[in-house]
Ligand binder design. Structure first.
Ligand code: SF4
Length: 370
């Protein structure tokens, strides 16, 4: 692998970086060129520009998010990375939808830790109108009344506008629904539902005025081109928060032996996402310690502006105090008065279309559906 600094590549990175800082976008070809960068020197040049872009659009604010496994295990879907799929033999716990008291305690803990949003995540295919939706809405209302954190949900595939509308009425501002990978790679890791099912769900939620938290998983065997196309699809659907997970291979799943991503490759991926999605919250989520090892604190210098803290759905994370100390050491600030205020002020998505851009219009999402 080359380690030398290439002036031609450096010129290309700085020219794209300047364009993004001025409000322009990068094309697919340009974005793919960034993902293909190999040399260590050029990767550090890329990180420096991604950091400038983060600082320009996000200042020193870092969005913290926690999740609670609101319904665990026994999922009917066959996502190959997931320990909660009923297709695989894993040690994942199984239980029904979370009761009020543990949800309340999770929100209290999140509030104490400067967390902006607590996500209730359910391991099931999706949610329909009926008693389960009533219970979910009740939990959202209870937690909102508690007033310590924004209450986000991740409840799988939605097929009816009414369900999305009811969630919005209950107070859901942001819905987690990862695209997971590129459209091309998606059938490699899941065949029980489709990429289009996910895009349709996002369209219904956006119709209801719910923001979208959507990202993917790096390290499933996808190519750099797949990673690039995932980032471009996320720009197209107008995701507000973009979680980047690095695969944490779970014993018993088909991906149990997948090797970790090299730390510099992981940082480069975050930086490329920042170039493509300059205004979005780019959140480093699962698999952080496993893949980045000692380079964890460099994620912000690579352009990340958000961090998932506390334990993940079925794997452990380091204590929140260590993450808060890391932010303090980096002079980064996790407190917010009005998160999303910057995105409210500027509705373009970074695609470079300027005033013509409207990432919340549903036609852009419709255009993804064949
Ligand atoms: S739908 Fe969600 S919970 Fe179910 S297997 Fe896929 S990732 Fe896991």
């Amino acid at each position: 692998m080359r380690t030398a600094f290439d002036a031609t590549i450096s010129d290309r990175i700085s020219s794209l970086g300047r364009r993004v800082l001025e409000g322009g976008g990068v094309s697919r070809e340009e974005a793919l060129g960034l993902f293909q960068i190999e040399s260590t020197g050029d990767i550090f040049e890329l990180l420096a520009w991604a950091n400038r872009i983060r600082e320009h659009f996000k200042g020193n604010k870092i969005h913290l998010c926690s999740i609670v496994n609101a319904k665990a295990g026994g999922c009917s879907e066959n996502c190959k990375f997931c320990s909660q799929s009923s297709f695989y033999q894993t040690d994942s716990p199984r239980y029904g939808f979370v009761d009020p008291e543990p949800a309340k305690q999770a929100a209290e803990e999140a509030g104490r830790n400067h967390v902006t949003a607590l996500g209730l995540v359910a391991a099931w295919k999706g949610l329909n109108e009926g008693p389960m939706l009533d219970e979910v809405c009740e939990r959202v209302r209870e937690l909102k009344a508690q007033g310590q954190v924004r209450v986000d949900v991740s409840l799988g595939i939605i097929k009816e506008q009414l369900v999305a509308d009811r969630l919005r009425e209950a107070g859901v501002e942001c819905y987690g629904h990862n695209l997971e990978s590129s459209r091309r790679f998606f059938p490699e890791h899941c065949t029980t539902h489709t990429f289009e099912d996910r895009v349709r769900t996002i369209r219904l939620l956006k119709n209801s005025g719910v923001r979208i938290c959507s990202g993917g998983i790096i390290g499933m065997g996808e190519t750099r081109e797949d990673r690039c196309d995932l980032a471009l699809e996320l720009r197209e659907i107008g995701a507000s928060v973009v979680p980047i997970n690095f695969l944490n291979p779970i014993e018993g799943t088909p991906y149990e032996k997948n090797p970790p991503i090299a730390p510099l490759e992981a940082l480069k991926t975050i930086a490329c996402f920042r170039f493509i999605l300059p205004r979005q919250e780019i959140m480093v989520a699962g698999g952080r310690a496993k893949n980045l090892r000692d380079l964890q604190s460099m994620i912000f210098a690579a352009g990340a502006s958000a961090l998932m803290v506390g334990n993940y759905l079925t794997t452990l994370n380091r204590p929140v105090e260590e993450d808060l100390r890391m932010l303090e050491d980096l002079r980064l600030d996790p407190t917010w008065d009005h998160h999303f205020a910057d995105q409210d002020a500027d509705t373009s998505c970074g695609c470079g279309e300027g005033d013509d851009c409207n990432p919340r219009k549903t036609t852009t999402v419709n255009s993804l559906i064949p």
